[in-house]
Design a protein around this ligand. Structure first.
Ligand code: ADP
Ligand code: MG
Length: 614
């Protein structure tokens, strides 16, 4: 019997390898962008056509290649990044397997131009299904310009397997977001079918997050930072009240590389135990820096799954850091800032030098678009001020119980009427105090006014949206980065029935096929709105109430929008914000109840206060 075993030709081996590395257009983008980053690029431009099916082009200003390297780069196992197995443990590059270009060249048509900085002539190389068709010297810009055309042109089964453009594009967007988040020192642009989708400047992680997901996201996040001998951790986690059933933004990076790490994910989730419902998920953006020798990135070809040597200690460090941040930003109800034994909290280091100044912005108005400018320093200042207020309040109460000028004018006066919600008596004074991040307390003529901050703001916004709806002044404001909404079939059918109404209240929606929608614009009144979350909530509302979908839909939409946009319980407010809420509230015809019948405010009458003191 003759021998039957043969060595596979390289082109076939490459096609097989491609199956592992390149599943879809998004995988090509990942590999090419990682190569550009490894080449030291500071600017990366991505141009795609038909969701990557026809063209994926990545243009970088990195180091470029010589003519020989350009040719070699498409050979299997050709890499400039490691030379021996032990290099795997000191990796500072994204790539190292030398597989990506060979794999891509096996299943697409390549047209690459590359030139090293300082050279006067570059190289152009054209490849189709692993066959080099031409290599010529050519004048080109320093860096590398890689075009990948007609992906899977020679693997019809794989090409057929590609999903609709909208779905592939949404995968590309997700990959783009991940790449942009770990490479904040690189300028990115993304163009799809000649339409610019994103233009990101170099900046901090915080800036990147808000460029990618909207300014409003900043308000939902608190910083997490810690530095130990085994790991340096930096990033942000979401405030518990912004946790979501679907679509939470969850990103982990290690040494500038994206990773999936179910174990650390669990560590984060445990910190939110008791704080959020079991079926909700918090946002997080967590960046780990460790000694490269303590991780193994080579356990999967896409290099997303990573093994850590110090998993358990890192779990503990991660968990402690997140809990501390949640506590520090008053996101945990059990932590009490007015008690004496407050834990020592290491100083927070915001990334500007202005950190020693504590500014109180009395003109701050949460309802104007300027809300979007609120930044971490301000959040921190609020925290500091709250703490100081609480301490001050405590000491003034302790040391000067008789001092009626201490800010709270609570003494009963004989001619005061029984407390009612007579609006004239509710004029707020300068003395507003936030209690537990949930209530606004303010002395008023009738006694002590207590207002639930979230319900009050919800009520104000609800009335405002209804007014605007009646006057037809709710208009769409384009979002920089359209969000993709992927719905279940059930949600989708409800969505179809409410799109007319949604566009009347100012949403600009485009149907992408399947059950996906792109949110291209949101009502201009709302800058703190998370569009996907709001729409999903509206759909859930309609599902839960099961009522006639169109009747009073605008009221329900107004309520949902108000719910999403209103300041949350636990959100620190400045005195200016509190004053604004109180004065807006007192202007409403009926400020006492929310649209769904919950108490917005209470007045503890002077008589009642008098009685308390016997
Ligand atoms: P790996 O990234 O794992 O080394 P690739 O197949 O992705 O393997 O790339 C092969 C080699 O081609 C790289 O090691 C690098 O030397 C070179 N290369 C690829 N892309 C670029 C680029 N954009 N700029 C400069 N060199 C590149
Ligand atoms: Mg690579």
């Amino acid at each position: 019997m003759s021998d039957v075993i043969k060595l596979l030709p390289d082109s076939v081996a490459n096609q097989i390898a491609a199956g592992e590395v390149i599943q879809r257009p998004a995988s090509v983008i990942k590999e090419l962008v990682e190569n550009a980053v490894d080449a030291g690029a500071t600017s990366i431009k991505i141009i795609i056509k038909d969701a990557g099916r026809t063209l994926i082009q990545v243009v970088d200003n990195g180091c470029g290649m010589t003519a020989t390297d350009a040719r070699l780069s498409f050979e299997r196992h050709s890499t400039s990044k490691i030379t021996q197995a032990s290099d795997l443990f000191t990796l500072h590059t994204m790539g190292f397997r030398g597989e990506a270009l060979a794999s891509i060249a096996a299943i697409a048509q390549i047209d690459m131009r590359t030139m090293r900085h300082g050279d006067s002539l570059g190289t152009r190389i054209v490849i189709s299904g692993s066959q080099v068709e031409s290599q010529t010297p050519e004048a080109c810009a320093p860096g590398t310009n890689m075009m990948v055309k007609n992906l899977f042109f020679n693997v019809p089964a794989r090409r057929k397997f590609l999903k609709k453009d909208a779905v592939e594009f949404s995968n590309i967007l997700h990959e783009f977001q991940r790449l942009a988040l770990v490479n904040t020192n690189v300028e990115f642009s993304l163009i799809h079918n000649d339409i610019p989708q994103a233009q990101l400047l170099r900046g901090s992680l915080k800036q990147r997050i808000s460029e990618l997901f909207g300014k409003a996201v900043e308000r939902r996040l608190i910083p997490v930072e810690t530095d130990t001998s085994i790991v340096r951790l930096a990033g942000f986690v979401g405030l518990p009240e912004h946790a979501r059933k679907r679509g939470a933004l969850q990103y982990m990076f290690v040494n500038g590389r994206n990773m999936r790490h179910p174990y650390f994910h669990k560590a984060v989730m445990q910190c939110y135990d008791q704080l959020i419902p079991a079926d909700e998920q918090p946002d997080y953006f967590l960046s780990f820096t460790v000694d490269p020798e303590t991780i193994d990135v080579n356990i999967h070809p896409t290099k997303n799954e990573i093994k850590f040597e110090n998993e358990q200690p890192i779990w503990q460090i991660l968990s402690a850091a997140i809990k501390e941040s949640l506590g520090r930003f008053n996101a945990v109800p059990a932590i009490n800032f007015d008690v004496d034994d407050m834990p020592e909290i290491p100083a927070f280091q915001p990334d500007t030098d202005a950190r020693h100044e504590i500014e109180i912005d009395r003109s701050y108005n949460p309802f104007r678009p300027s809300t979007a400018n609120r930044d971490w320093e301000q959040l921190y200042n609020n925290f500091q001020r709250e703490r100081n207020d609480a301490l001050e309040m405590q000491s003034s109460l302790n040391t000067a119980p008789e001092d009626t000028d201490s800010g709270l004018d609570l003494l009963p006066s004989a001619d005061m009427p029984e407390a009612t919600l007579d609006l004239d008596t509710l004029q707020s004074s300068a003395a507003t105090l936030q209690v537990k991040g949930r209530y606004i307390a303010s002395p008023s003529k009738a006694g002590l006014l207590l207002v639930d901050q979230h319900r009050a703001h919800l009520k104000i916004l609800y009335e405002r949206y209804l007014d605007m709806y009646r006057q037809g002044t709710l208009t769409a404001q384009r979002v920089i980065f359209p969000e993709i909404l992927r719905l279940s079939p059930a949600q989708h059918s409800i969505m179809e029935s409410i799109t007319g109404e949604l566009s009347r209240v100012g949403f600009d929606l485009a149907y992408l096929g399947d059950t996906s929608w792109s949110i291209n614009g949101v009502p201009s009144v709302i800058d703190s709105l998370n569009p996907t979350e709001t729409i999903e909530r509206m759909i859930d509302n309609v599902t839960e109430t099961g009522a006639d979908i169109t009747a009073e839909l605008h009221e329900r939409l107004a309520l949902s929008m108000a719910r999403s946009a209103a300041v949350k319980s636990g959100q620190p407010l400045s005195p200016g914000e509190m004053d604004q809420i109180l004065s807006d509230l007192t202007r409403l015809p009926d400020p006492t109840l929310t649209p769904d019948g919950l108490t917005v405010m209470k007045v503890i009458g002077l008589d009642e206060i008098g009685r308390m003191f016997g």
